[in-house]
Write a protein that binds this ligand. Structure first.
Ligand code: GAP
Length: 435
């Protein structure tokens, strides 16, 4: 592994078109980011891999896409309106605001350095408020969802009835959430708008400890299967005072970020808290009827909840290597093939039409299978370096010999070894390598 700083990775992300600050031409909107041509592919691949493992490859989990805007009652029932808060303090000296529980020293202002200048902490609710319709009144106050999970709980009965699933089963959802964080930061790690990948797994109450263990193992393995360094991953149980209001037990999957260990994903035992609350508040009976046992009860819920942006960021950091090759530093993103934004780059050795034509033809064939790039600029060495830096697993070079032997040179990003492959057999070769 190469030690990587936050600056190195955020500079690479901006320079190569992974991530740009939102509203950059107006000076940027701190804590919001736009994903560029490479970032959008990487983020999409991370989400696709999550969906593949959580929904596609399982028979006991189905998907959902619920609305971001929900009735206010949802957040009253879930407890978010009352307790989804962080302790906010303000420095009387310089008026900077902080989240008290994230300060290294709770008595010293990190901005002006003065001591004992903080106001008493106030509980600040993290939900973004807006109004439904043209009138700004308390009667039509609603929130942007701070977690995707509640849309799953409110649809529990709809999904159960229509999918005819029996316990244990899960409902997965992937989408935007919003939190008015007091201190966003560390690039895309903590932002006010982000995407979550959440799954609520409903089971019999007495089986919840077993499923809690199962989902910890499954989720940890998912990161390893996608190439994340094992020594940079750990599971950390929450202390009693860290638990969310709905959780009886939580562990975090943590990654060793440049600033230290921090959360990638939480796995919580939410017990029957949410279904019970929604039953009480809505008057709908959300209990599950077990026909064999002839009993009705509230299922318990195990919830693996990850952040898509945070996970993408961690994969980017983890893949970053600097290697010395022929006395020069080569920067390479050793992203898992499934995560790499571009799978293949087609590089004609010269800009002459006799090479551009077959290269374009080849690129058109490859595009039917993968996201690829045809790059005709600069020297071949510089083009290889650019593809290494954005993590493209294979570079295919069309040269003058290709016109005679109908073959191309395929360069492997990680080993830098080169194979001569016939154009006819190229798709089969890449298919096997990319898996
Ligand atoms: N439904 C449970 C829930 O929302 P959480 O631990 O608050 O749990 C789950 O959030 C995941 O969402 C986190 O582990 C993190 O990856 C991501 N996440 C939470 N807040 C975030 C933020 N402000 N910016 C980016 N990602 C965030």
């Amino acid at each position: 592994m190469t030690d990587v700083t936050l600056d190195t990775i955020s500079n690479l992300a901006r320079k190569r078109g992974f991530v740009f600050p939102a509203s950059e031409i107006y000076g940027g909107l701190r804590s919001a980011y736009d994903y560029g041509p490479l970032g959008v592919e990487l983020l999409r691949n991370v989400k696709d891999e999550w969906w593949r493992s959580m929904v596609q490859e399982r028979g006991d989990v189905v998907g959902l896409d619920s609305a971001i805007l929900q009735a206010r009652e949802v957040w009253q029932a879930s407890g978010h309106e009352e307790v989804f808060t962080d302790p906010l303090v303000e420095c009387r000296e310089c008026n900077s605001r902080f989240r008290l529980d994230k300060l290294d020293d709770p008595n010293q202002c990190p901005t002006c350095g003065k001591r004992d200048t903080f106001t008493d902490p106030q509980q600040f609710n993290l939900m973004f408020r807006t109004h439904m319709g043209p009138v700004d009144s308390d009667d039509n106050l609603i929130y942007l969802r701070p977690e995707t999970a509640q849309g799953i709980f409110t649809n529990f009965e709809n999904v159960r009835r229509t999918s005819r699933l029996k316990l244990p089963f899960g409902i997965a959802q992937l989408g935007k959430s919003f939190r008015n964080e007091i201190t966003p930061g560390q690039f895309v790690f903590r932002t006010r708008e982000f995407e979550q990948m959440e799954m609520e797994f409903f089971c019999r109450p007495e089986e919840s400890p077993e499923w809690f263990q199962y989902w910890q193992e499954e989720r940890f393995q998912w990161y390893l299967d996608l190439g994340m360094t094992e020594s940079s991953l750990r599971i950390r149980p929450h202390d009693e005072d860290e638990l969310s209001h709905y959780s009886s037990e939580t562990v975090d999957v943590e990654y060793l970020f440049p600033w230290g260990w921090d959360e990638l994903e939480g796995i919580a035992n939410r017990t029957d808290f949410d279904l019970r609350q929604h039953s009480e508040h809505s008057g709908e009976d959300l209990r599950y009827f077990d026909q064999e046992a002839n009993e009705k009860f509230f299922p318990h819920v195990i919830e693996p909840a990850a952040g898509a942006n945070r996970t993408t960021f961690a994969f980017l950091i983890d893949a970053y290597y600097e290697e010395t090759v022929n006395d020069e530093i080569r920067t390479v993103l050793k992203l898992h093939h499934r995560l790499a934004p571009y799978k293949v780059a087609v590089l004609p050795l010269s800009k002459k039409a006799e090479l551009i034509e077959p290269a374009e033809k080849l690129a058109a064939e490859l595009r039917k299978r993968w996201i690829i790039e045809l790059d005709v600029t600069q020297s071949i060495g510089r083009r290889y370096r650019r593809q290494d830096e954005i993590g493209t697993p294979f570079c295919v070079t069309v040269d003058f010999d290709s016109l005679d032997d109908g073959a191309v040179t395929v360069r492997d990003r990680d080993t830098m070894s080169q194979d001569r492959i016939s154009m006819e057999g190229l798709i089969g070769y890449l298919d096997q390598k990319l898996g």
